[in-house]
Design a protein around this ligand. Structure first.
Ligand SMILES: Cc1ncc(COP(=O)(O)O)c(C=O)c1O
Length: 450
């Protein structure tokens, strides 16, 4: 199967045959005007969309965004206007952005070229994309959505609404997160604002992109994609698209029912609490993906990190995330009742073995406020030195620190290493949270910019 661009197999960078056909089928399935396959994950799509802007433009980005945004900002030379994500007041995890927060960012910043949302969040919580889009449409600013974890939304009406349906100009879907595809498969799905009017007789009416932003987007997409795209990956996308169209709704319906049943049962286990729909009572959150099962373990004598370890070691269950206070299991549309039951039984057994002795766990999981001193590109280009972390107070960070998973940075290159940040990093270390980014993963030392 692992052939290359032979005449019958089309050309990824000039698609006119089977790849073009597969992309058109994908666009139809996802409700997009145009779909562009990504064989290097969502990261390449996020980078390409950021590069569709002009150097120096401001881009509004929620702070609970994935680390790949930083790379895109470096490549594009744009300036982030970071906005805070609304956090769960109890768990302290960033979940969604309020429309009002974006309105405020637009009032206080000129030259905003694009606004981004991460919806769903890593925890499955979705923003009010339609409201944000209304706000931006008045100002002719495109809305881009990192919908990495929401590629399954178009296939069942009771799941959160896909962002394209609510007016997003472009979304990045990480197919490999929720579809049955090979890892790295993703898709850049474009909505109307990037497109020519169908039937227009302008020279680019054959589905090519019209605006200058669109032209830059296509250049960036080709620049960032290998000239040897993997056919197994592309075939995997095409097969999964066909599967989702034929079987997606049925599988998602089963998953929806299992999720409702097992979340109720998990909530009856003493010492654990399962989160979900009630998050829609928090500002900015209008829907929650039922496939993300977030379980708080505050009522037990184990941390979420220890719980994750027990599940892996003793029950052969790999959770998506294990953080100090929670674990998150990520069910797929193909897990069956036995899988859900196994997870439930394992949590129930651990809860019996580790009842709480009444000790309250620490809660400061949310990263402290950031202070950007240099733009991402300036910080990327600046010479770096390594210093002891303890001595780095009030210096400018030369590298990123992101909890992993989910890969959301708490410190970015070019930002001030404040007392609050130092305290937060010490907390991550104490809780043995895995981090990505620093050359010294033990966080004894850190790169700084002089
Ligand atoms: C919300 C979000 N966006 C983007 C990405 C990057 O996706 P990929 O790993 O497919 O490049 C991730 C990866 O975990 C993610 O969770």
């Amino acid at each position: 199967m692992d052939l290359t661009e032979l005449p019958e197999l089309d050309d990824f960078h000039e698609p006119q045959g089977v790849i073009d056909q597969a992309q058109r089928l994908m666009a139809r399935a996802c409700g997009a005007q145009q779909s562009l396959f990504l064989v290097n994950g969502c990261t390449a799509g996020i980078h390409a969309l950021l590069m569709s802007g002009v150097e120096g433009e401001r881009v509004v980005i929620p702070r609970n965004s994935h680390r790949s945004f930083f790379g895109g900002l470096v490549l594009a030379g744009s300036i982030p206007v970071w906005i805070p994500a609304e956090a769960d007041p109890d768990l302290g995890i960033g979940l969604a952005v309020k429309t009002e927060t974006i309105a405020e960012a637009l009032l206080t910043n000129e030259q905003v070229g694009a606004v981004w949302l991460t919806s769903p969040s890593y925890y499955g919580t979705c923003c009010d994309v339609a409201a944000v889009n209304r706000l931006l449409a008045e100002r002719d600013i495109p809305l881009m959505v990192d919908e990495a974890h929401g590629a399954h939304f178009p296939f069942h009406p009771l799941y959160p609404r896909p962002a394209l349906r609510d007016g997003a100009a472009a979304v990045v879907n990480g197919l490999h997160k929720t579809w049955p595809v090979l890892t790295q498969c993703a898709c850049l799905n474009l909505g109307r604002p990037f497109q020519v009017n169908p039937g227009s007789d302008s020279p680019d009416s054959s589905g090519q992109l019209r605006s200058q932003r669109g032209v830059r987007l296509m250049s960036a997409y080709h620049m960032l994609t290998t000239t040897s795209p993997s056919y197994p990956l592309m075939a995997s996308i095409d097969i999964a698209r066909d599967f989702m169209e034929r079987e997606g709704q049925r599988c998602l319906q089963r998953a929806l029912e299992l999720s409702a049943e097992y979340k109720t049962r998990l909530n009856r286990i003493k010492g654990v609490r399962c989160w979900g729909e009630e998050w829609t009572n928090l500002p900015g959150i209008i829907a929650v993906d039922p496939l993300k099962v977030v379980v708080a373990v505050d009522g037990l004598e184990v941390t979420g990190i220890q719980m994750g370890e027990l599940l892996r070691r003793e029950y052969g269950i790999e959770v998506e995330i294990a953080q100090p206070r929670i674990i998150m299991a990520m069910f797929s549309l193909l897990h069956n009742r036995d899988d859900w039951e196994r997870f439930y039984q394992a949590v129930a057994k651990i809860a019996i073995c580790y009842p709480s002795a009444g000790k309250k766990q620490e809660t400061n999981y949310l990263p402290p406020p950031w202070h950007m001193v240099l733009s991402p590109r300036e910080a990327f280009l600046a010479p770096k030195n390594k210093v002891r972390l303890k001595g780095a107070r009030n210096m400018i960070a030369g590298e990123m620190v992101a909890m992993y998973p989910p890969g959301i940075p708490c410190l970015l290159p070019g930002e001030l290493i404040s007392d609050d940040i130092l305290e937060h990093l010490a907390y991550l270390k104490r809780m043995q949270v895995q981090v990505q980014g620093p050359v010294d993963p033990e966080l004894e030392s850190i790169l700084i910019i002089e």
